[in-house]
Design a protein around this ligand. Structure first.
Ligand code: HEM
Ligand code: HEM
Length: 415
């Protein structure tokens, strides 16, 4: 230790009983606090994400949880090696026998948890056939699909997580007891030397916040421009073309075409951003009504990058050969009030099958006096009937075969 360091240490710890050693070395302190922050974040994110309603945000958080969890796994490996290469300081001589045993037991468990949590998480995802990636880099599955191990690893992950919270509380309480009650140097020998660390740590934190802030702002701007495009498409801007009698023009920004499917029992939604079609509809005379909708398959987004990358595969939609799905009506029927039924054919991946779409219709007017029709309805199909999801995906345990199609279309008609 050089003289300056000695001065600093004595200055900072003059109230404490033991100033005889330098405590943990700098890498050990970095590992300790860096990983402590990561683990607090993972525990909070883990508990929060399981309670979230299914949706894109939930899947994103799962992805981040897995990436940061794996980071802990790599770091604990390096930390463990470093601990053995560089050694750790002896417990302070002022510590009681029981304190040493308790602290050592806690440290051993903390290491077990730092390795066991990510490993059980990775095994759980592998056994459940869920993808695992490390910040975008796909990780191999550690085992083949196996219901038993999926359940066992999920349970292990959860129990380890809850025990870890208890042990961290005990471990932290011990550190604070030594600091505030015994007033010894236990905590100081793990704490960063504030004066030496302040500038680099603040610098790194500032860079992280700036990058993070820029990313969030970038994302929000992306969303803004999206909502701008939806705002400029007021119903009064339509129709943008000459309409034939009983012809309707779809207003894309106010129309949605979704699918709801389920992955290992958890529903997820996908949306086709790009679809268009021709609509002739006369509520007074159904025989004059016909609809043809063309859906661009590649525009399907399900909120999960990993899932979306596979949509075009031959196993799924084979987008290269079958870029569009098409719904063509054959006839319409009117039910009670504003309820209708469209009977037609749906073609996906070259397979054409009959489909019935019950829907409701609401009629209003835009400022220019054009009729505005809002229709919404849902229909259920079986994806396997269309050959969507072949090979390993024919097994419906991971992705169910029942798919609900949700249609809500706003269209403008002649004045
Ligand atoms: C130190 C690292 C980790 C910590 C502290 C941690 C902690 C947690 C916690 C507290 C939960 C909530 C448990 C519950 O209430 O069900 C959770 C859930 C989960 N974790 Fe981790 N985790 C870590 C690493 C990982 C890794 C590396 C993966 C996968 C590669 C992973 C995958 C999951 C999954 C899929 C869930 C949700 C389980 C469910 O749906 O019930 N975790 N994690
Ligand atoms: C409330 C926050 C925390 C405080 C105040 C704290 C404090 C300390 C202190 C003072 C030591 C040195 C103990 C000694 O010399 O006997 C220590 C060691 C240790 N802490 Fe923490 N800690 C905290 C959070 C964590 C977390 C979240 C983890 C990991 C899950 C962790 C893992 C460890 C390990 C494994 C050691 C042993 C040192 C080693 O061998 O690398 N700590 N901690």
């Amino acid at each position: 230790m050089n003289l300056d360091d000695q001065d600093l240490l004595e200055e900072e710890t003059e109230d404490f009983v033991d100033v005889s050693d330098q405590g943990y070395n700098t890498p050990a302190r970095f590992f300790h606090w860096g990983m402590a922050i990561l683990i607090f974040g993972l525990l909070a994110a883990g508990l929060y994400m399981v309670s979230m309603a299914p949706g894109p945000e939930k899947f994103q958080l799962y992805g981040l949880h897995k990436s940061f969890g794996l980071l802990v796994l790599w770091l604990v490996g390096i930390r463990f090696v470093w601990r053995h290469v560089s050694g750790v300081p002896e417990p302070l001589s002022t510590h009681q026998g029981w304190e040493k045993i308790l602290a050592r037991g806690a440290h051993i468990f903390l290491y077990v948890a730092m390795a066991g949590l990510p490993l059980s998480g990775w095994l759980m995802s592998s056994a459940g056939e869920y993808p695992v990636s490390f910040f975008g880099l796909p990780m191999p599955a550690l085992m083949a699909k196996n219901e038993f191990w999926f359940g066992a690893m999920k349970e292990t992950h959860e129990i380890l997580g809850f025990v870890l919270i208890g042990v961290i509380a005990l471990h932290g309480a011990g550190a604070f007891k030594h600091h505030f009650l015994d007033r010894d140097s236990t905590l100081d020998r793990m704490l960063p030397n504030a004066k030496r660390w302040a500038i680099p740590v603040l610098g790194v934190m500032a860079v992280i916040f700036l990058v993070y802030g820029a990313l969030i702002l970038g994302e929000e701007e992306g969303e803004d421009s999206l909502s701008e495009t939806t705002q400029i498409t007021e119903t009064s801007d339509y129709p943008t073309k000459e309409l034939a009698p009983h012809e309707w023009q779809i207003i894309p920004a106010q129309s949605r075409l979704t699918i709801t499917a389920s992955m290992s029992g958890t529903p997820f939604e996908g949306e086709f951003k790009d679809f268009d079609g021709t609509i002739f509809f006369n509520p007074q005379d159904m025989s004059l009504s016909r609809v043809s909708i063309v859906i661009n398959i590649a525009s399907l987004g399900t909120g999960s990058q990993e899932r979306d990358q596979n949509i075009g595969n031959t196993e799924w939609f084979d987008v290269e050969n079958f870029p569009s799905a098409i719904f063509e009506s054959v006839e319409f029927a009117q039910g009670e009030g504003n309820k209708y039924v469209a009977i037609g054919n749906l073609t996906i991946k070259g397979v054409t099958l009959p489909m019935t779409l019950p829907f409701t219709l609401e009629m209003t007017q835009n400022k220019k006096g054009n009729a505005i029709a809002k229709m919404s309805g849902t229909a259920s199909i079986n994806r396997l009937d269309y050959g969507v999801g072949q090979g390993q995906w024919e097994n419906t345990e991971t992705i169910a075969d029942a798919v609900t199609i949700g249609v809500s279309v706003t269209a403008v008609g002649a004045p």
